[in-house]
Design a protein around this ligand. Structure first.
Ligand code: FAD
Length: 394
């Protein structure tokens, strides 16, 4: 009889894990808390790096198809508050198969992955919020907020940053850490009253005086942007209305040599605010029948650009470990943790460091602008210092 894998969370880790588990001979059942068609817009868009794209290939998923709604973003331009380019850095690729780091709306990535799962006959159940689970000799019973329960042989907690599976597996903590930065994002194809670099696919990241700003121009001409205003305390529901949030962002970038204020003015809706969190070390990743994957196990800061790729890599490795140790579930889950933990914890540390440099006082900014090109030249002298992340193959 085929073993049943319950996968809590139909985001990136969960959907790819379900596909990987099916290849490993399991019968996955995806259980997603949100209603069908309602994607989590946190992040609005994200960048999937070449290492994440390569991991998709390991499941016979064609990155060009899964990320068809996105566009290639192989290069990053660092810019100072006066609009002056400080450095040009590689973001990843082309890999041997021609793929390059790609930027896509979160909702489009979720739908493409779910479409593949559905094509492969994996059932996806929506409106299924897991509230707890119980392990017993014969399997695991997952409980849902509608009072129902579901039986399986394995439970994969792919339920994101605020994972309920993680809470049950790790009573008393850890909790996500707020990193002192808020997030905003948006898209515009309206006319923008500013002169700026619109090279398609070139990601710009700019150190504004009061907030960090990033933008990229899609091949059709639309500008995709994000902003990271610093804030000592995390934002709470009701702190801003859509209008006051947009006005706040425009104000933050007023009188800058950047196109930020003009881009936001040309945007109908400034998405956000939401907090930037990460999660450093989760003591317990698995028990005999329950395992964490993706943000549930190790949320990396958005600035690393690796959260989605780490989630995909986790899912692929989990499937492999299960395939290689049939009949030894605890052994397979232990092997998965042994392979994945050191890598993701190193990436979390890098993400945290990157985020901490996003704002600086006027003196710090002057020093940074003067020194950054030199330090980057030194760092890239012997090749890309990020290659241990980007060139990794699961
Ligand atoms: C502002 C921002 C920008 C980012 N930018 C990037 C980027 O450029 N590049 C990058 O690689 N990463 C980026 N990330 C990180 C990336 O989004 C995450 O690392 C990635 O989404 C992790 O995938 P996941 O499947 O683990 O979690 P998620 O994508 O969050 O999916 C979790 C799923 O579980 C569901 N769920 C939650 N609770 C339950 C429950 N109790 N029961 C059932 N289902 C549940 C949720 O609805 C969701 O569908 C960014 C994140 C943020 C916040």
């Amino acid at each position: 009889m085929t073993n049943i894998a319950l996968v809590a969370g139909g985001g990136i880790a969960g959907t790819v894990a379900a596909i990987a588990l099916q290849r490993a001979g399991w019968q996955p059942r995806l259980l997603e808390s949100r209603p069908d068609g309602v994607a989590d817009e946190r992040g609005a868009f994200l960048t999937v790096a070449v290492n994440g794209l390569a991991a998709l290939r390991a499941l016979d998923l064609d990155p060009a198809r899964v990320l068809a709604a996105g566009f290639a973003t192989p290069t990053l331009a660092m810019v100072n508050g006066a609009g002056r380019r400080l450095a040009l850095l590689p973001l990843g690729g082309p890999a041997a198969d021609g793929t390059v780091t790609t930027t896509i709306r979160r909702a489009d990535l979720y739908s493409a992955l779910r479409a593949v799962a559905a094509e492969r006959g994996i059932p996806i159940e929506y409106d299924r919020r897991l509230t707890g689970y119980r392990e017993h000799a014969g399997g695991v019973t997952a409980a849902f907020d509608d009072g129902s329960t579901v039986e399986g042989d394995l439970l994969v907690g792919a339920d994101g940053l605020r994972s309920r599976v993680r809470e049950v597996l790790n009573p008393g903590g850890p909790a996500p850490t707020y990193l002192g930065l808020l997030n905003a994002g948006g898209f515009t194809d309206h006319p923008i009253e500013a002169e700026f670099d619109r090279t398609p696919g070139l990601v710009h990241m700019a150190f504004g005086r009061r907030a960090f700003f990033g933008w990229a121009t899609a091949p059709g001409g639309a500008v995709w942007w994000f902003a990271n205003p610093p804030s000592k305390r995390p934002v709470r529901p009701g702190d801003y209305t859509p209008e006051s949030w947009r006005a706040h962002l425009i104000d933050l970038f007023a009188d800058e040599g950047l196109p930020a204020a003009a881009i936001i003015r040309a945007t109908d809706e400034a998405i956000g605010p939401w907090n930037t969190d990460d999660l450093s070390r989760v003591p317990v990743w698995h028990s005999d029948r329950v395992v964490l994957a993706g943000d549930a196990a190790h949320a990396v800061a958005p600035s690393s650009g690796q959260g989605a790729s780490m989630a995909i890599e986790d899912a692929v490795v989990l499937g492999r470990c299960l395939a290689e140790r049939p009949g030894d579930l605890p052994g397979a889950l232990g092997e998965y943790e042994r392979i994945r933990r050191p890598r993701v914890e190193k990436v979390v540390a890098v993400g945290r460091r990157n985020g901490s440099g996003k704002t600086a006082g006027p003196v710090g900014a002057a020093i940074r602008d003067a020194m950054l090109p030199f330090f980057l030249r030194m760092a890239y002298r012997r090749g890309n210092p990020q290659s241990w992340i980007l060139d990794h193959r699961v």
